[in-house]
Design a protein around this ligand. Structure first.
Ligand code: DGT
Ligand code: CA
Ligand code: CA
Ligand code: ZN
Length: 576
């Protein structure tokens, strides 16, 4: 059965390959829009097809894509895609992930220089061949080389949402195997890292062969890399590796602890064990003088207890403070998704969102939230039809009217995501900002300014009495764009001084602030706010990724503004 993600992935590949082969923009856009629509859909497209539902009722799906989806789901492949793959090397798509290299440049380099993947691109740049191509030049070659590093990293690791999706599919598949008694994912995935190099699947079973045979039948498998008695590695779609280890029940805790890592955390744990006369490995904890004496192994808790410390939440196993008693006090209280009471950053159809205020409010409420802030873009973000003062005031009247009918258990705050302009001024006039409940400032333009200039712009915004928060503070896009140059310590200090909130943006391609910066912010006494920045209803579910990142920073509910109840946040923000 095809998942929506798999169908969307096929359409995205179609779009890329069509673009490379010079197809017209309309057809390409149809595939991209369709892919996005299917990716964001909560119902299963495959199920809809089996039930005979007309797919063209889905926004963004026309009759061509509806028909292609049906072919894909019913036959397992798309003849057009197979044909394209023979005409255009699919690895050319990797080249298109290099920022600044589009389909035209990729195709030209393929035709003129036989560049067909990242490795041959690098070689051609280093040999100076790219610079000599018509329309390229030395400068283009230089920037391609620089941007390739970003693309190479992206090609190697999955972002947390991609990994999450693959994990769900692997779980569903492996649970169908009767020989599997218990399973869990260890490694960086269990630690909640923002990108995942490979997945580490642990299984309890006394029938290793049956488990491995079943693993080999995972639908998205590309190849088996290696298979031994207890360990097997496979490659799944897009060359991503999954390691399977089959362990005995009595070693489950030891294996889980060992393969969760991090390596640095484990080195520290092994040192502690050694100093107490014990030896620790993936099979258990043993008496160092007599290794036949097994002291622990079945569960993680007793392993940590033996080395003299509380069980460590996996997100904190990075050897970054988890061995200090003051940090250990937070372990039991680390923030959870259920602590979140509201979401203070989201967009609507007024700018680049896909849903109305009422739809976003209803969806948030059905997810158990008590309040949201509508924070559409300000006018500088013209690409998203950002709001000017007049449209903003109009939107806030609309929100007033909705709130007037509230039963008191849900509230919409009148907000705006106000751009900090290139010259440091706020994009919206102060007298208008003064009427908002919630102003979150952002930088979308002038991201290449020098560190001093960007920092000053942010400090200026934090001094503005109408500004409440600063969104996605470093502007990075994971694996796509580096953070802008900014003195974050100065930003954190200013936020503390002016009692402003710093955002941990939960979108898995942002996660900004990151774990380390979030830890620095709370250590300085700054309250953070964890927001989805939703542009559609399904985006509201991205909150969980922000929570994971916050847990990695040792965040507890009292560090986070939007764990407050509706009554308390109104008091805190002085909203009547
Ligand atoms: P990744 O896959 O790059 O996102 O990061 P991890 O942390 O999942 O790394 P991986 O898959 O190589 O190994 C999983 C865990 O297994 C790792 O976090 C710690 C443990 N481990 C693997 N190899 C070693 C090793 O040589 N020494 C120690 N102490 N631990 C290891
Ligand atoms: Ca791993
Ligand atoms: Ca691994
Ligand atoms: Zn936003």
């Amino acid at each position: 059965m095809f998942t929506n993600v798999e169908i969307a992935t096929a359409f995205e590949e179609m779009a890329d390959l069509l673009e490379l082969s010079g197809e017209n923009a309309f057809r390409i856009r149809a595939y991209r829009n369709g892919a996005k629509a299917i990716r964001d859909l909560s119902e299963s497209v495959a199920e809809m097809i089996h039930a005979g539902t007309d797919l063209t009722t889905i926004d963004g799906i026309g009759s061509t894509l509806a028909e292609k989806s049906a072919v894909l789901v019913k036959t397992g492949n798309l003849p057009q895609l197979d044909k394209l793959r023979k005409e255009v090397p699919p690895t050319l798509r990797d080249i298109m992930t290099v920022p600044g290299v589009g389909a035209k440049k990729a195709m030209k380099m393929f035709q003129e220089l036989q560049v067909f993947d990242l490795a041959t691109l690098r070689a051609a740049c280093e040999a100076g061949l790219v610079a000599s191509l018509k329309g390229f030049g030395e400068k283009t070659q230089q920037s391609i080389l620089q941007n390739m590093q970003i693309a190479e990293k992206a090609a190697l690791r999955l972002t947390i949402d991609g990994a999450d999706d693959l994990v769900e599919r692997l779980k569903a598949h492996m649970k169908k195997c009767p020989a599997v008694q218990r399973l869990d994912f260890a490694g960086s995935y269990r630690r909640g890292k923002e990108t995942i190099g490979d997945l580490d699947l642990l299984v309890i079973s006394d029938d290793n062969n049956s488990v491995m045979d079943h693993f080999a039948k995972f639908p998205a498998i590309q190849e088996t890399i290696a298979r031994g008695d207890t360990k097997m590695s496979i490659r799944v779609t897009d060359s991503f590796q999954v390691d399977l280890r089959v362990v005995a029940e009595k070693s489950w805790g030891a294996a889980l602890q060992y393969f969760t890592g991090s390596k640095e955390h484990n080195v520290h744990i092994r040192g502690l064990a050694k100093s107490k006369g014990m030896k620790i490995n993936e099979y258990g904890v043993f008496d160092a003088d007599d290794e036949s004496k097994v002291l622990a192994g079945a569960d993680e808790e007793s392993i940590y207890k033996l080395v003299g410390m509380p069980w460590v939440p996996p997100e904190m196993r990075e050897d970054r403070g988890e061995f200090e008693p003051t940090i250990q006090k937070r372990f039991a209280k680390l923030i959870e998704l259920s602590n979140i009471r509201g979401d203070l950053h989201m967009h609507t159809v007024a700018t680049d969102g896909e849903n109305t205020i009422l739809e976003m409010a209803a969806a948030a409420r059905s997810r158990g939230l008590e309040y949201i802030a509508i924070t559409d873009h300000s006018k500088r973000v013209s690409m998203a039809r950002g709001l000017d003062e007049t449209r903003l005031l109009h939107q806030w009247e609309e929100i007033d009217a909705i709130n007037a009918k509230s039963d008191g258990h849900f509230w919409i705050f009148k907000g705006v995501e106000c751009d900090i302009l290139e010259d440091g001024r706020m994009d919206i006039a102060d007298e208008c900002l003064a009427k908002a409940d919630w102003v979150t400032a952002s930088i979308h333009y002038g991201q290449r300014q020098p560190r001093e200039q960007i920092t000053q712009r942010i400090l200026g915004a934090l001094e503005n009495p109408h500004v409440d928060a600063f969104s996605h503070p470093t502007g990075r896009l994971i694996s796509r764009r580096d953070p802008y140059e900014v003195d974050l310590t100065a930003v954190i200090d200013a936020a503390k001084m002016h009692r402003k909130f710093l955002e941990l943006n939960a979108n898995p391609s942002r996660l900004d602030l990151n774990d380390i910066n979030t830890a620095a912010a709370i250590a300085a006494g700054v309250t953070i706010v964890i927001n989805t920045d939703a542009h559609s209803i399904p985006n509201l579910d991205l909150m969980k990724f922000g929570i994971t990142q916050a847990r990695r920073a040792g965040v507890v509910p009292s560090h986070v503004l939007n764990t407050l109840s509706l009554a308390d946040i109104k008091k805190r923000l002085e909203i009547k």
